[in-house]
Design a protein around this ligand. Structure first.
Ligand code: IPE
Ligand code: IPE
Ligand code: MG
Length: 256
């Protein structure tokens, strides 16, 4: 089982080789459309090319003992894109589940889809459930695919669950706190989010992991998602290792 780390300052390290890498990384995989357009192709060509980068980051995460990887694949706002683009994205999601689920399972990856899956068609919902059940016991890496995901939705969803438990008499109002809230957030039970990467050059969160990114280190790169590679991921991790995470303390307090 994955332990939950406290948000207190990390343990003191003695040398660069001891500096802890991130346990939980999230990525806003942005820039597919622009990548394709630069090549004179239609936007969906970029989405298809982006699948290879997903494979690369999963590989990197496994090699580097990252415990959880959360990828933003489709936001709750992306439904507003042209119908043709949305339908290609849904087809692609179906295809990737068909082609990759078994391989992920073989590699010890637990796959979870976070977001409001109720909006997907029955066939896709079934495939998601099947892949989640098949990989449920794996623990090398938890791969969260955020689909029809919104950070505000995640918070509202947790609030609704809390309210239901209060109404059912399972929880007192005075027991609503950060810990009980966190237990109902989509990433419950996983390590705290350490590093949030966004590709594609924009410096915004776009309604991704709002609750979880409270103390995440942010890393922005101009690299467009289909060009993302293990070496760019390594750059982000190296940058992360250089940061002093203070969690509200002074620099002196965390370096003694
Ligand atoms: C990210 O790439 C993928 C999704 C949002 C599904 P975009 O499609 O947003 O690509 P750009 O930002 O328009 O280049
Ligand atoms: C964020 O990218 C969503 C995903 C990567 C899935 P967007 O392209 O939708 O974000 P905005 O619209 O530029 O903020
Ligand atoms: Mg975009």
């Amino acid at each position: 089982m994955l332990g939950k780390r406290s948000s207190a300052a990390p343990a003191k390290t003695d040398g660069p080789e001891d500096i802890q890498g991130p346990q939980h990384v999230a990525i806003i995989m942005d820039g597919n459309g622009r990548w394709a357009q630069k090549k004179g192709k239609i936007r969906t060509f970029g989405h298809k090319a982006g699948v290879e980068s997903v494979r690369a980051v999963v590989r990197f995460a496994r090699k580097n003992s990252i415990k959880s990887l959360t990828l933003f694949a489709f936001s709750s706002e992306n439904w507003k894109r042209p119908e043709e683009e949305v339908s290609v994205l849904m087809e692609l999601f179906n295809l990737v589940l068909n082609n990759e689920a078994k391989r992920l399972h073989k590699n010890g990856v637990r796959l979870k889809v976070i977001g409001d899956v109720s909006a997907f068609d029955d066939k896709l919902k079934q495939k998601i459930r099947k892949a989640e059940v098949m990989t449920a016991e794996n623990s090398d890496l938890v791969l969260n695919i955020a689909a029809n995901y919104g950070g505000r939705w995640d918070i509202v969803n947790a609030a609704q669950q809390l309210m239901q438990d209060v109404t059912a008499g399972k929880l007192g109002v005075d027991e609503i706190n950060e810990a009980t809230f966190d237990e109902r957030i989509s990433t419950a039970g996983l390590p705290e989010l350490d590093l949030l990467i966004r590709t594609g050059g924009e410096h915004r969160i776009s309604n991704f992991l709002l609750w979880q990114s409270a103390y995440a280190e942010l890393y922005f790169t101009d690299v467009l998602w289909p060009d993302f590679s293990e070496s760019v991921f390594q750059d982000a991790v190296d940058d992360f290792k250089q940061r002093q995470r203070r969690f509200g303390l002074t620099g002196e307090q965390v370096s003694v």
